[in-house]
Each structure stands twice: as C-alpha cells, then as structure tokens.
Design a protein around this ligand. Structure first.
Ligand code: GLU
Length: 406
C-alpha cells in the first residue's frame, strides 16, 4: 500500500460520539456484559405496523428501483401536507428535499451553503454532528455556550454578539438534543428580532423532536413566530424520532427553492435517492398524522417525570426538567469533585466500567461537565440504571479510592 495520507477534512472531525457510545454498549452486551444503554438516542418502540405494512406492500409491488433524487412525488406531497397541517407552513414540492435521515439533510445544507471562511453560529449544548458537518464543509462553527441556569437557551444578547459579517448560518434546535429545552414563542420572537438586523444570515430550524414535547405552548418554530424570516430559513425534520423509524433513514428539508435545488445537486452526486421502500414507509407515517406519535410521547413524558425526580435527588447532580425529547442532561461538576474524576468523559467511562451504564459525556455536545442520559428505554432498565447510578454516586468515592467495583 502506498503511504496513506488522509485528507485534512477527515482529520478535522471525530466519529459521531453518540453512535460510538451506542456501538460500544452493543459490543459489550454481545460479550455478555450486563449493560444498561442510556446512550442511544433512538426510541425503544418498534416502528408501528401501519408503517411497516406500507413498506411490505411497496416491496411486493416491486417499488425497489431508483426514485427521483429528491424523493418520490407522493412522499414530497405528504411532506408539504404535513407542514401545512401541523406547522401552518405552506411550501411547494419544489421547496422540499427528502434525504437519508436528518443528518444528511443538514450535511446537504452545509455543502450547498458554506465555504471556507464562513461561520456558523451554534448554541451549545448542540447535537454532536452539527459542528463536524460544518467543519466538513470547510467552514467554522462558532459555539455559543449556554448554561443550565439559562435553561440552556441562547439569549438575544449572546446571539447578537456571535453574529458577524462572516456568519452564514444560525442553527436552532428546539426541542433540543441533548437538553430537551424548548424555546417559547416569546423567546423565538426575541431571537428573530436580532436576526432581522443580520439579513445575510440563513437559519436552520431543526425540528426533529417537535412531536416529543410537553411544554406549556404548542410547538412553534422561528418562522411560525417571525414569518418574515421564511425566505432565509430552512426547516429540517424527519420521521426517525416521531415514528420510531431511526433505521429507515428518512429526513426532509424545506426552504428557498434555489437552496433546495443546490442541496439536491449535492445529493445527486453523493447518495442519489433515499431508499425507495423507506420512502413508502415514511409517506404512510406522515399521512397518519399524530395518532401514532401521541402514545409514544405520553410514555416518554411519564419516564421523564420519574427519571427527573430521581436524578434531581442524587448527590452531585443538578438536573433541569426537560420540555421534550427523550434526554435529560444533568450537570455533574459537583459529582466529579466528589468522585475525584477529571471530567465528564472520565465519569462516562467510570460509569460504563463500574456500573454498566452507557451514557454520553456532555463534552460531546460542546458542554463539558454534563452527562446525557437517554430514557428511550424500558422502565425496567431505567429503574435498574437509577439504582446503580445512586449506588455509584453515594459509594463511589470510597470504591474508586480502593479500586473496587462500585
Ligand atoms: N440523534 C441521535 C442521538 O443524538 C442518534 C445518533 C446520531 O446520529 O447522533 O443520539
């Protein structure tokens, strides 16, 4: 083999930490270790039968060939109807691109919009892949930290300070992965006011968790509150979380026609269309509206309430209740001190080694000193995880000092 010199691009990024934790948990389980996986960001529910049946019908009907790069006309129509029905947003099918999951939607956006020297403003904690996808497009992420005290929300002042001449894109994710924070209409309005002063900035509204939310207000994104921002906003969504369809890999984006066309060009030269059968399934999912989603959301909410109360009472953790998603994001700095551990990565490592609990360190989301716990798992696993975590936090200082198993 000739000397392998990898691209500077690949050197700039790291493997997805969420997927890495999930893979590690699976591998340890396969070795027979007793692992409680609170790392995976995917619903534990099975994809509903109605959706599976649509896919099976599609296979039987021979719907197994290439489709249009940007998605089947039927699925795109279902996306347009979903936006109109659920979000009061009125797009045409030429404003919609269907991709291989929410991740590819954001990747296409970055590739179509960004160049070297461009800046992308991302409030932290942020979903692990935004920053690296920006780096892959040769642009620079500008991370704006937020704290638990602020409810993990970027303030209008902080946004104003971060936006600049070089800013090309601002990324807003509400409900947020990993904090479960939801911006209120008033907060979105205040951010919109700032954005109006920077008319060259595009906005990515990642609404992936819109249906898994229980805050006081019905879901709204920034263009619901500030319709004048529509011509520079790209709305990202997908079926993975709402319909328990992570493996089917269907995400979609809607926005300005020229931008969608450019993103479609990128997709045509990379992956072509998303899987035909998955598109048939996604169409059935979207056409079913929210009836399949509601019971799953209720289950997540019940688990949230229980888990939040448990975490809030644990030594060394500070935990804000979430308004949605299936994550809690406790601050662990006090626990790190108690345990004599260097950082959140050491804590995640110690938890996995000593208790079998898999969780994602906050630093993966740009917020060191935190831990993301996913409660998209059974009540039984959650109960056992809470018992082990409590034991670990209460007894670990002694156990760690003696090199014992907590
Ligand atoms: N979005 C999920 C998570 O945050 C799935 C893994 C990923 O693609 O990041 O865990």
């Amino acid at each position: 083999m000739p000397k392998l010199t990898l691209s500077a691009r690949v050197g700039r990024i790291k493997p997805s930490p969420t997927l890495a934790v999930t893979a590690r948990a699976k591998a340890l389980k396969a070795e027979g270790r007793d692992i409680l996986d609170l790392g995976a960001g995917e619903p534990d529910f099975d994809t509903p039968d109605l959706i599976k049946e649509a896919a099976i019908r599609a296979i039987r009907a021979g719907f197994t060939k290439y489709t249009a790069v940007d998605g089947t006309p039927e699925l795109k129509a279902a996306v347009v109807e979903k936006f109109a029905r659920e979000n009061a947003l009125h797009f045409t099918t030429s404003q919609v691109l269907v991709s291989v999951g929410g991740k590819q939607s954001f990747y296409n956006l970055a590739q179509a919009l960004l160049d070297a020297g461009d800046e992308v403003v991302i409030p932290a904690p942020f979903w692990v892949s935004y920053a690296d996808i920006v780096l892959m497009a040769d642009a620079s992420p500008v991370i704006v930290p937020t704290t638990l005290k602020q409810g993990f929300k970027i303030s209008p002042e902080a946004l104003d300070a971060a936006l600049a001449f070089k800013t090309k894109l601002f990324v807003l994710n509400s409900p947020s992965n990993p904090t479960g924070t939801v911006y209120t209409r008033a907060e979105l309005g205040a951010l919109g006011e700032v954005l109006r002063r920077y008319p060259h900035v595009f906005i990515a509204s990642d609404d992936m968790y819109e249906h898994i939310a229980w805050g006081g207000e019905p879901f709204a994104n920034i263009v619901n509150v500030c319709p004048d921002l529509l011509d520079r906003t790209i709305v990202l969504n997908g079926v993975s979380k709402a319909y328990a369809m992570t493996g089917w890999r269907i995400g979609y984006a809607a926005g300005p026609v020229e931008l969608i066309k450019a993103m479609t060009k990128i997709q045509s030269q990379s992956t072509s269309n998303p899987a035909s059968v998955s598109q048939a399934a996604a169409e059935a999912a979207l056409r079913s509206g929210t009836t399949l989603v509601t019971p799953m959301c209720a289950a997540f909410k019940a688990r949230h309430d229980w888990l939040h109360a448990e975490l809030a009472a644990m030594p060394g953790l500070r935990c804000r209740p979430a308004d949605g998603t299936f994550y809690l994001f406790p601050e662990v700095t006090e626990a790190l001190k108690n345990l004599g551990l260097a950082d959140d990565q050491a804590l995640a490592e110690a938890l996995l080694e000593r208790t079998g609990i898999a969780a994602v360190p906050g630093s993966a989301f740009g917020s060191p000193g935190h831990l993301r716990l996913s409660y998209a798992t059974s009540d039984q696993i959650l109960r056992e995880a809470v018992a082990r975590l409590r034991r670990f936090l209460e007894n670990a200082p002694r156990a760690l000092a003696h090199g014992e198993r907590a």
